[in-house]
Design a protein around this ligand. Structure first.
Ligand SMILES: *[C@@H]1O[C@H](CO)[C@@H](O)[C@H](O)[C@H]1NC(C)=O
Ligand SMILES: *[C@@H]1O[C@H](CO)[C@@H](O)[C@H](O)[C@H]1NC(C)=O
Ligand SMILES: *[C@@H]1O[C@H](CO)[C@@H](O)[C@H](O)[C@H]1NC(C)=O
Length: 213
């Protein structure tokens, strides 16, 4: 079996499951990793270059800050970029990242603030983050999704174009740091995207949008 046929089959399975579920979200499970020091608020820097996503503004220190912050809200923000880690801090802030723990060993007692959106959850401390791992349930499957946009400072750093004569060939090239594709069969043009969101600059670009499950 050629790799493209195999990928095509996998993609189809997820498309059928996703037929009535067009929400832009990846499926994940969450694991608590510890309370890590973050004195300068820069341990998790995954939202670098993102100005706003899912209706939330990203602060200059790379946090989404919101009065309804919960584990679930932060998870939906960070899963949009396929990040393996999220961190919550000072009741209301959410950070995403590819690594964590750059400022030393965890100190559990330092995470003593409940989340503003759910008092049963702990959202870090003054200078510490409650860090979680996000494990994606079906990382190698794709589903058709509604097009959703986000604002970025430099659009070309959030996608790249490759050639693909069929959908499977486009999906097959979505590896390493690729969460979604926008595929235009007529132009054989495959846009590989870093988030399950499209930079607004692609709002006039035609194509079918597929995101990782
Ligand atoms: C609040 O957080 C707890 C612990 O994570 C969870 O079990 C509960 O469902 C959450 N409440 C709401 C309304 O989401
Ligand atoms: C598309 O996005 C640009 C900003 O990148 C905006 O100026 C324009 O109004 C948008 N067009 C539509 C049709 O939404
Ligand atoms: C990628 O394709 C889009 C049109 O879909 C185009 O606007 C953009 O300039 C292309 N980017 C590069 C780097 O070729």
């Amino acid at each position: 079996m050629r790799p493209s046929q195999r990928i095509s089959g996998l993609a189809l399975i997820c498309l059928l499951l996703a037929k009535f579920h067009l929400a832009v979200a990846r499926d994940y499970t969450r694991t608590y990793l510890g309370c890590y020091p973050d004195p300068d608020n820069k341990d998790l820097t995954g939202l670098t270059g993102v100005s706003a996503l899912l209706g939330y503004t990203v602060k200059s220190w790379l946090a989404v800050q919101h009065s309804s912050m919960t584990f679930e809200l932060c998870g939906s923000i960070c899963s949009a970029g396929g990040f393996p880690y999220m961190g919550l801090q000072v009741r209301v802030e959410c950070f995403c990242g590819w690594s964590y723990g750059n400022h030393g060993a965890p100190v559990e007692a330092d995470c003593d603030m409940s989340c503003e959106g759910n008092s049963s959850q702990i959202c870090g401390g003054d200078t510490s983050s409650s860090v979680f791992g996000l494990q994606y349930t079906s990382p190698n499957l794709f589903k058709r999704s509604a097009r959703t946009y986000f604002s970025v400072t430099n659009p070309t750093s959030f996608y790249r174009n490759v050639t693909a004569v069929e959908k499977a060939q486009c999906l097959l090239q979505c590896i390493n740091d690729c969460q979604a594709v926008l595929y235009n069969q007529q132009l054989s043009l495959c846009h590989l995207l870093k988030f399950v969101l499209l930079p607004t600059e692609l709002n006039t670009t035609d194509g079918e949008f597929y995101i990782r499950c």
